[in-house]
Design a protein around this ligand. Structure first.
Ligand code: NAD
Length: 277
């Protein structure tokens, strides 16, 4: 089984970005602003990793932290000011939000030209009409990883498990646009395993630790595990990795698979937006 090493590839992407930015001789220093709302530990760790990656690749970053009891007005004022600031090129609102905030409302305040994860209505419309401004970071990272390892996508039968706005849905869109035949499964899907067992490519983005295991995949399948679950200081995915080694043709490890590719894509998208602003 081939391990699709997202950590190694992401390091190369960060180095490539660094080299590209150096060639601009400070004429272009892209800057990512991250809004972190609430006290969720996992979100704090993800944001820390994103800021560190910016430093490594030569991007600037600004971190705006808000307590979960901050007022909507305060948050809106800050986002509108980032929209206006010519030194900021990309804005990311770290998800999930605390339950007292409406994701749709907060994302509606973002300037689409700075919406680095492609979540505003305008950017979703562009993506689904086949002319994306940016491809959402996690699906983009997954596609980049598969392409780097020459994993066939065109004409393959793919199953995506999960229909979230940031992962499952845009991944479905990307796979279709790369000419896969795709089934999108979710929490109301009956007999999930029956779909997975037929698939050449399985993308597991359910947010359920070890939802699937070896028996759910056909021999020789490629499985992409998007899940991240922190337990006792260890990370686990949505797939139980036991027994996969002699069964699959390729697999993304957790950690070190999709996670670092999401961050690399975030930086790529920031640079892309900076070039257009
Ligand atoms: P989400 O909770 O918004 O969506 C989960 C989706 O899975 C839902 O559409 C739901 O219908 C489906 N689902 C849940 N239980 C299911 C079941 N038993 N059978 C079939 N479908 C089921 O989560 P999300 O934001 O899409 O994230 C999914 C996972 O990916 C989480 O573990 C998250 O931490 C992780 N994630 C990782 C990265 C990364 O960079 N690696 C990025 C984003 C999210």
């Amino acid at each position: 089984m081939l391990l699709l090493d997202g950590k190694k590839l992401s390091e190369k992407i960060l180095q490539d970005i660094h080299n590209e930015l150096q060639s601009y001789k400070k004429d272009l220093i892209p800057c990512l602003a991250v809004c972190l709302i609430g006290e969720d530990l996992a979100s704090h760790i993800y944001v820390e990793n994103k800021i560190k990656a910016c430093q490594k690749a030569g991007l600037k970053s600004v971190l705006k932290k808000f307590p979960s009891d901050c007022s909507k007005q305060e948050l809106k004022k800050e986002i509108l000011s980032l929209n206006q600031d010519p030194k900021i090129h990309g804005i990311l609102v770290q998800l999930p939000l605390p339950p007292n905030f409406s994701k749709q409302e907060i994302l509606s305040w973002l300037e689409p030209k700075k919406d680095v994860d492609g979540l505003t209505l305008e950017n979703k419309a562009l993506l689904w009409s086949g002319n994306p401004r940016v491809i959402p970071c996690t699906p983009k990272g997954i596609l980049t990883l598969l392409k780097a390892y020459n994993v066939a996508i065109k004409g393959q039968y793919a199953v995506v498990i999960g229909r979230s706005e940031i992962v499952g849905l845009p991944l479905f869109q990307q796979l279709i646009s790369h000419h896969s035949t795709v089934t999108l499964c979710h929490s109301y899907t009956k007999n999930l395993s029956v779909f997975c067992q037929k698939a050449d490519l399985v993308f597991v983005c359910s947010g359920q630790r070890h939802l699937l295991s070896q028996k759910d995949f056909k021999k020789g399948a490629v499985v992409v595990d998007v899940g991240i679950h922190r337990r006792d200081k260890k990370l686990y995915g949505d797939v139980d990795p036991r027994g996969l080694e002699n069964h699959l043709s390729a697999f993304t490890p957790v950690p070190g698979g999709v996670g670092p590719m999401t961050i690399a894509s975030l930086l790529e998208n920031t640079v892309q937006l900076a070039k257009k602003l």
